[in-house]
Write a protein that binds this ligand. Sequence first.
Ligand SMILES: Cc1ncc(C[n+]2csc(CCOP(=O)(O)OP(=O)(O)O)c2C)c(N)n1
Ligand SMILES: [Mg+2]
Length: 644
Amino acid sequence: MGSRKKNPIDRRDFLKSAAVGAAVLAAAPAAPAKTSIPARGAPAAIPVSPEAELRALPSAEVLTTDRTGSDFMVDVIKSLGIDYVCSNPGSSFRGLHESIINYGGNRSPEFITCCHEESSVAMAHGYAKIDGKPLLVMAHGTVGLQHAAMAVYNAYCDRVPVLVIGGNIIDATRRISQVEWAHSVQDAAAILRDYVKWDDLPVSLPHYAESAVRAYKMAMTPPMMPVLLIVDGELQENPIPNGASLQVPRLTATGPPQGDSGAVDEAARLLVAAENPVLIAGRAARTPAGMTYLMELAETLQLPVIDQMDRMNFPTRHPLNQTGRGYELISNADVILGLEVNDFWGALHSFRDQMERTSRLVARPDAKTISINSANLFVKSNYQNFQRYPEVDVDIPADAEATMPSLTEAVKRRLDAGRKSVLAARRAKFAEAHDETLQRARDAAAYAWDASPISTARLCAELWAQIKNEDWSLVSRPVFLSNWPVRLWAFEKYHQFIGGPGGYGIGYGAPAAVGAALANRSHGRLSVNLQCDGDLMYAPGVLWTAAHHRIPLLTLMHNNRAYHQEVMQVQIMADRHSRGIDRAAIGTTLSDPPIDYTKLAQSMGVYAEGPISDPKDLGPAITRAIQVVKRGEPALIDVLTQPR
Ligand SMILES: Cc1ncc(C[n+]2csc(CCOP(=O)(O)OP(=O)(O)O)c2C)c(N)n1
Ligand SMILES: [Mg+2]
């Protein structure tokens, strides 16, 4: 090991003292003899503080005598520039785990201890929304991947890259306990295959290396998605065969697909000629540059933007932001441009949920529709998140962010001075409508201002007052709080909003917020999370992860003591049958006994206050909590709120 210093948990000493088999310590042969299967039972764990976890080991030397397959696997992971690995430990990837923390020095990636695999993946999901690149998630074969499944589905629907490694013991004759049998599986990827972009089962280290780099590349090519490698325990743990020539394949980025120039020009022609064009943005901006391109396109055409806010697409206070006027503008439009709109058909229709489910076209039947959407380049059959079939006039299967600059150029080429002045005249009208919408939102927010429990508008306004001069980032999607932040706050920068779960799987909110806050930490940003109670209760252990890893995050509970969306669903059913809504709380509320989120958070080492039910107490509590967060720690305030 050359110059490597002794560390309390030095890997090589650990291996020696843990009475593991000689074959594990030897450089060769690759296949241990039958008698050399490692004995189970590790020495008592040495408690390690987060500081010690991060204390640097000297960087690893390549090709030491006792290198295992998993050491090489770490070389490959490091070459991909992955900063963290979110994981709940499991013996099917113990080799990789140990190589990451010792051989890899627990740096890039650093091990983030997660209390549930769903949290691991949702953390990676939130992280990628801020930093635009994947984290690694390691999950135990069968059970770990089963736990991870919903969060992987969310990331798949939301087109977010996550690199998942699942452990497995593939050779049935090498499994050494009933547990290992129960946690091994013939086709481990099967449970996730319908909602990952690609999976593989490498059978050699060169195969692993190529597949890991390929998986990363595929995950990062729009449409981005999670990818999965199943990595055999023996491939991890066995020594690298003597004389093996291993190399880490070079990663080259695949360029995002751009729209065909003829189709882009046709789109420009329709947009320039339109009297009432409208732009709908779904996942239009993948990076901060996407926001700039979208502003340039909208301002060149002076057309209104309806932002579905699946990403931070467009500044909320931009005069062309007409999000509150979607129905009116879409029903008037002669040309409708959708940028990465997941449900184009739904955007043009309204729905009724009474007695029977009905829908009606809102858009003009003669409206021309243009869609730029990379989702068309990758569709799977089983899960139905691809939505209804939209009859689009100009369908451009490409990445919107990569295509916007050429669309703007094509528009500019077609604009003469006369047309430019006609378009410029539209702006004043939109600016006025924008201001009116904002004023209406402010008036509505004043309603029940002093109510107790606290109104969701007051909660959001109190928070805004204290963060607006900070470098803030909202790391949750506030749809269950009537979208007050989107209606009231000034969102200007890409990192200020992270969109939603994609697959609408609840339980995403808390871990995604912690993951996004982890990404924001290195930028020194103030992460704020509006946290629904029902969502937190799926896997509250992520609060401990935030405390343990010193992830600064301000969480305000929207504690309405209910799964309130579902209260309303049951009320709709009861109403439909004229049975009265007074029993709709059965199965949908979280009130008897009420959950004490302050104690819950405190028990995991998170600073917490509450429950707060008097709105006058909220501002000072937020001030105190922000001080804690600025020290680099998470803080939670439990706020008793009105249902919405
Ligand atoms: C995994 C999962 N289970 C169930 C649901 C159905 N569901 C949709 S909204 C909701 C209630 C969420 O409650 P909470 O997070 O407290 O928000 P609130 O409705 O109270 O605003 C549930 C259970 C879901 N979307 N995902
Ligand atoms: Mg709730």
